[in-house]
Ligand binder design. Structure first.
Ligand code: FAD
Length: 527
């Protein structure tokens, strides 16, 4: 008997490479494509900020349009997940719910509760993996049931597994014609809400427009430049270019408007035709594998987004300081490079990877010694691409709480930005109050004389703050704290480290004594 199916979109807001929706269409006489807009869940669990709300609504609007073109429609039902499902399963005589399998604990719990509801009300549940390259369970199985904790080990396991599943075919009008669409009246009743309906500020609009159509266009644009794709080397991309120097596709992957498998295989084709191409970890495929790495580790690490109870994370006595955190968050640190990045983040919802490095290091082990969890929460609210596993994984990395071990490398909030943008065009764009300073002062305007400040139309301490810390003193102090933590928690630090990771740390390991470290054999590098 063919099913009467609700296909529940959570991420996966697309019609290309959507294995779960394809399976729904192949097994049903009627399919209701549904998005449950549970505002409480989105705000309290997912911490969705205004920019991401806009991106989500645009993505739903696009999905609705694309479904309509294939003879179906999207039904956006507002309310609490379980009660919406309970109501509509009975109303529409549903026999099957299909949904993408996700790995975040809150989504897993949601799937478990839908399965319980299925047992109670008598419907089946089908979930397939569509958001990552691999089913992370297969990776864990090959690694004796535990996550590989280093990228190198991870790549080794993948080499045993072979290539990821190939994308499924794009959905067509024929797929939808094989089963009945929902009644036309329903689409009218359950339309995509407008931002005003949800009281979302209209002021905050990012240059990134949500949706599969826009995501695919951006992807195609990048792929036309095959030389750029083949030679992509992440560390050579520029954090302060005025347009993204990397693909800028992360918001589309994060919401599932784009399939990572589609991107992966398109990259494979380009690399296969290129005479030379870059390799992981720095190539574009290498970036997707970083994503996969964090997904895998997060899927099997308790309390992955927290320090306490997280077995791979160093336990650090971070400073609680709401005032300092507020200054960082609201771009008032007094370091133009840091404040420009935080302004771009607030205005646009996307910043370059190395810009994320700069502000994350500054907040945590570099200058302020504030917990990475606080930074992660701010990113979660402000980033369009906010992602449970990648965000937490990278915050642990940058704070040297896990994965990253060259903790003596501390980014300088003055020199880092200057290296790739000596004229400070990026700072001038995002902090217009500083735009008239000569280039030699743009990263440290407090060093300009009073006269020069007057000429630039900006008095430091009045129109723009003084630096909130002395970087040299703060980072020296924090480096000592970090050395001590790593000595005391040597075993935890080793869990996420490859032997070949860092020659300086190997030295520490070999003559592992307090003396060798305190005598300064570990050179400090301020990048
Ligand atoms: P590209 O360089 O073009 O890479 C292509 C894709 O690979 C990205 O879209 C992304 O899906 C993946 N990718 C790239 N770098 C990484 C990485 N280091 N780890 C995992 N996956 C990666 N990325 C998110 O998608 N969501 C987050 O919440 C997030 N939080 C971060 C927090 C911090 C503190 C840091 C340092 C990085 C974070 N990143 C996050 C990773 C990375 O910065 C972004 O994925 C990348 O900058 C997105 O830009 P892009 O699409 O142009 O990347």
């Amino acid at each position: 008997m063919p099913h009467r199916t609700i296909h529940l979109f959570r991420k996966g807001l697309r019609l290309h490479d959507n294995p779960t929706l394809l399976a729904a269409l192949e097994s049903s006489e009627v399919v209701y494509p549904v998005y449950i807009l549970d505002r409480k869940f989105m705000t309290s669990v997912m911490r969705v900020g205004d920019l991401r709300w806009h991106f989500l609504l645009q993505s739903l609007e696009d999905l609705q349009k694309n479904l309509c073109q294939l003879g179906s429609c999207l039904l956006v039902i507002q309310g609490e997940y379980e009660s919406v499902l309970r109501d509509h399963i009975q109303k529409w005589n549903i026999t099957q719910v299909t949904l993408d399998a996700e790995m975040e604990p809150f989504y897993k719990e949601m799937e478990a509760s839908i399965r319980r509801l299925g047992e109670e009300l008598g419907f089946e549940v089908l979930s397939l993996v569509g958001h990552s390259l691999y089913d992370t369970k297969r990776i864990l199985d090959l690694n004796s049931g535990t996550p590989p904790l280093t990228y190198k080990r991870f790549l080794h396991i993948l080499s045993l597994l072979g290539d990821p599943e190939v994308p499924v075919r794009n959905l067509t009008a024929e797929d939808f014609q094989r089963c009945r669409p929902p009644d036309p009246g329903l689409a009218e009743c359950y339309r995509v809400p407008l931002p005003v309906d949800l009281t979302i500020s209209l002021e905050s609009l990012s240059p990134w427009r949500g949706g599969e159509t826009e995501g695919l266009q951006r992807l195609e644009q990048h792929l036309t430049d095959q030389g750029w794709v083949a030679s992509f080397t992440k560390p050579r991309t520029i954090p302060n270019s005025l347009l993204p120097s990397t693909t800028g596709l992360s918001p589309y992957f994060s919401m599932g408007c784009l399939s990572v498998r589609t991107f992966f295989y398109r990259l494979s084709n380009i690399c296969a035709q290129a005479k030379h191409h870059s390799l992981p970890p720095v190539s574009l495929q290498g970036q997707l594998l970083w994503r996969e790495f964090f997904y895998t580790v997060a899927s099997a690490t308790p309390n992955f987004t927290k320090m306490a109870g997280n077995p791979i994370c160093l336990q650090i006595n971070w400073r609680e300081d709401a005032e300092r955190l507020h200054k960082w968050r609201t771009a008032q640190t007094g370091f133009p490079w840091i404040d420009a990045i935080m302004t771009q983040l607030r205005q646009e919802g996307w910043i370059h990877h190395l810009a994320r490095h700069a502000v994350a290091c500054f907040l945590t082990r570099g200058d302020l010694w504030i917990s990475w969890e606080e930074g992660m929460k701010v990113f979660e609210e402000l980033l369009l691409d906010a992602d449970y596993s990648i965000n937490a994984g990278n915050w642990m990395w940058l704070s040297a709480s896990a994965f990253f071990h060259q903790y003596t490398r501390i980014f300088c909030p003055v020199r880092f930005g200057r290296r790739t943008d000596p004229e400070g065009q990026y700072v001038r764009k995002y902090l217009p109050i500083l735009k008239n300073f000569p280039s030699k002062y743009i990263y440290e305007p407090w060093t300009a004389s009073e006269e020069e400040q007057k000429q630039a139309g900006c008095i430091i301490g009045q129109d723009y703050p003084f630096p909130m810390v002395n970087h040299k003193e703060a980072s020296d102090h924090n480096l000592q704290l970090m050395k001590q933590v790593r000595e005391e928690q040597y075993r935890t630090a080793q869990l996420t480290r490859d032997d070949t990771d860092d020659p300086m740390e190997i030295k520490v390991k070999r003559d592992h004594s307090e003396e060798s470290i305190s005598k300064g054999k570990v050179a400090r590098m301020t990048e």
